[in-house]
Design a protein around this ligand. Structure first.
Ligand SMILES: Cc1cc2nc3c(=O)[nH]c(=O)nc-3n(C[C@H](O)[C@H](O)[C@H](O)COP(=O)(O)OP(=O)(O)OC[C@H]3O[C@@H](n4cnc5c(N)ncnc54)[C@H](O)[C@@H]3O)c2cc1C
Length: 306
């Protein structure tokens, strides 16, 4: 219930204005977001890579409404990729891209052209792109775009969400040789017709999806902070005779940072998803929806208190 309210607030312009203009504690935003500038993204990537972690950088922006905004997002990714290469941060750092930020909702063809340019720049910089997955209304067109991108850039990563009833079948389909697939639970409010609603069903689906991906020949990227699912991932890798370099764990910047380091020190590959940019509002609200315990802290900070 609280989760749905927060996710609705994530799409409210009035709420966004209130939050963005409130004397919000810098701490709550900077806990989850690297900063607003390219330099912030580079600085945080350097710190993480020096600590033995890998990185996926996300330039925050969704609900792009015009071509100019979409092209500006493309330009930022191109700038970022050339800086990452110049700073020796590739291949340890890749980028994550949302097709909505490239205009998918109003000009699908343009969004494909722009993501193709980003993939080409990533390849030239010695790294790859993972295409984030958004709500279920765009699952098919996003997967179609990834299939096409992989013809030119085979390392393009896909994202599948275990809360969707269709995802176990998608995992089997996307588990072929070299296929990079990020498996997460899913972060949007989805109807019962397409998505499991309770945590147990979502977790059970996650386990079935881990099995499908680990059994295959692809490269599973297990994106979760859930301690039980991480243990199951390790167990399944052993069961399917996979070495620690044939899959990776992924977590969000600011969430369970000690666990990120512990897994890396134990010899697993761990990638941290690091968002940056001005458009942090929707991202922050989805993080709050995942952990309503953070809401009281957030509300106090909106009133100017710590
Ligand atoms: C690298 C990465 C990329 C992602 N990409 C996408 C995507 O493309 N599309 C999409 O729909 N979703 C994406 N997500 C979000 C994902 O779908 C979940 O919403 C999110 O990861 C929370 O699920 P969980 O598996 O961590 O499990 P949960 O059951 O939500 O959390 C498990 C435990 O993790 C800790 N935790 C989780 N969230 C928080 C938090 N916000 N603050 C503090 N502690 C927390 C708590 O200890 C909690 O008990 C991504 C997640 C990751 C890690």
């Amino acid at each position: 219930m609280l989760r749905s309210i927060i996710l609705a607030a994530a799409r409210s312009a009035r709420m966004e204005k209130l939050v963005a203009t409130a004397p919000i504690s810098r701490n709550i935003v900077s806990r989850y977001v690297a900063g607003t500038a390219t330099e912030d993204a580079l600085r945080v990537s350097r710190e993480l890579v020096d600590n033995g972690l890998k990185v996926s950088l996300d330039y925050l922006g969704e609900d792009t409404f015009n071509t100019r905004q979409a092209e500006a997002t493309r330009d930022e990714y191109l700038r970022l990729l050339s800086s990452l290469q110049a700073d020796g941060l590739t291949p340890a750092t890749e980028v994550s891209v949302k097709l909505s930020a490239l205009g998918q909702r109003f000009d699908e063809e343009m969004s494909f052209r722009l993501v193709d340019e980003i993939c080409s720049a990533a390849e030239a910089a010695g790294t790859a792109v993972t295409v984030d997955m958004e709500d279920h209304s765009v699952t098919d067109i996003t997967l179609d775009a990834i299939h096409q991108l992989r013809e030119k850039y085979p390392s393009t990563g896909a994202v599948l969400q275990s809360y969707l009833r269709r995802t176990e079948a998608d995992c089997r389909e996307l588990s072929g040789k070299g296929s990079r697939v990020r498996l997460c639970k899913g972060a949007y409010a989805e109807p019962e017709s397409v998505a499991y609603q309770n945590r147990l069903d979502i977790d059970r689906s996650y386990v079935r999806c881990v099995n499908a991906l680990m059994r295959g020949d692809g490269y599973p990227m297990l994106a979760t902070h859930d301690p039980r699912l991480i243990e199951i991932g390790i167990d399944r890798a052993t069961w399917f005779d996979r070495g620690p370099h044939s899959f990776e764990f992924q977590m969000l910047y600011g969430i369970r940072p000690e666990e990120q380091l512990r897994l890396a020190q134990d010899g697993y590959q761990v990638r941290v998803y690091v968002p940056y940019g001005d458009e942090w509002y929707g991202y922050l609200m989805r993080r709050l929806a995942e952990r309503p315990a953070n809401v009281a802290f957030f509300a106090r900070s909106l009133r100017g208190k710590k």
